[in-house]
Design a protein around this ligand. Structure first.
Ligand code: HSE
Length: 324
């Protein structure tokens, strides 16, 4: 098996976390996969970002075509964020037979069929475990270990930023703006946090969960969505006095009576398992006809948890390439 060549696109919070894991845990990854790998390109504007992670400056490039059209790049890790440019890059790479790993839920949710068609055309892998639940390995688990189940219910706290803000407002009486500013500093929030606080990020993640667990694709824009911008300190305190916490909940239910889905702030009783999910942690509840009820819990945002999911996808691709 030849060495697998990896191009990292973007060395911000998540790209940086991915680089750190790939370099720090190299021995353990080699031992577990039996496949050698090398980071051959880092598409990143700021040399300071490479310096921050101890990456050789010789890897820095801004020539995207030389990566996408290369016969030597096996895997692209897209950590650019945004929509048009990364979608174009991922589509071209996949069609050219280069596998893609991305945490970009907005891009994958809005272009689900097109990106999968491109992967099929190029006989390449498209993986996006990090797009939902940060470090929680939920998408792979649904597609592999739980693939024999018909799912009727999905309920989750899917956004680390809003859960962090709501937790800080309740537990420390912190102002919304201050908690959001901390979430940005900690690398939980998107560069433009509008998608976080308006619930759009949750809708993108719910879209991916619904299509993979229930086989139903709904464009995220069609998911009724309300964020937390209207939630006041008074609302949070009043809910607490009623024995509840306010959480931004994403919910999908597929029954004989119909298919319902939404994202909105809800009052959760304090004795409910989701009530104790705090700060940037996420949790996903699933009900499968065979397995029954399941809960998954872990860090839903941040450099290393999200990087962990990306590295897991890279490893799966390396193993897949090895078996071809
Ligand atoms: N901004 C996202 C969040 C990052 O806060 O959950 C992880 O998807």
């Amino acid at each position: 098996m030849k060495k697998v060549n990896i191009a990292l696109l973007g060395l911000g919070t998540v790209g940086g976390g991915t680089y750190d894991i790939l370099t720090k845990n190299r021995d353990i990854i080699l031992e577990r996969t039996g496949v050698d790998y090398e980071i051959t390109h880092i598409f990143e504007k700021y040399a300071t970002q490479l310096e921050k992670h101890g990456a050789p400056l010789s890897l820095q490039t801004l020539d995207i075509d030389s990566i996408i059209e290369s016969d030597d790049v096996d895997v692209i890790v897209e950590c650019l964020g945004g929509m048009d440019f990364p979608v174009s890059v991922m589509t071209r790479a996949l069609k050219n037979g280069i596998s893609v790993v991305t945490p970009n839920k907005a891009a994958v949710a809005a272009n689900y069929d097109m990106l999968h068609s491109a992967a099929e055309e190029g006989h390449a892998y498209l993986k996006f475990e990090a797009a939902v639940g940060g470090g929680i390995p939920i998408l792979t688990t649904i597609q592999e270990q739980l693939a024999g189940n018909h799912f009727t219910d999905i309920m989750g706290i899917l956004n680390g930023t809003t859960n962090y803000i709501l937790t800080k407002m309740l537990k420390q009486g912190q102002k919304y703006e201050d908690a959001l500013s901390d979430a940005k500093k900690n690398g939980f929030a998107e560069p433009d946090p509008t998608a976080d606080v308006e619930g759009i990020d949750c809708a993108n993640k719910l879209c991916l969960l619904m299509v993979l667990a229930m086989g139903k694709y709904v464009n995220p824009q069609q998911i009724p969505t309300k964020g937390i911008t209207d939630v006041t300190m008074e609302d949070i305190q009043a809910a607490y006095n009623r024995g509840c916490v306010i959480k931004l909940i994403a919910h999908a239910s597929l029954t004989d009576d119909g298919f319902e889905y939404y994202v909105k702030p809800e009052e959760i009783p304090l004795d409910h398992p989701l009530a104790s999910v705090s700060n940037e942690f996420n949790a996903i509840y699933l009900d499968g006809d065979a397995v029954g009820e399941l809960m998954f819990y872990g860090k839903g945002a941040g450099a290393l948890p999200t990087g962990s999911a990306i590295v897991g996808d890279i490893i799966a691709i390396m193993k897949g390439l090895q078996n071809e």
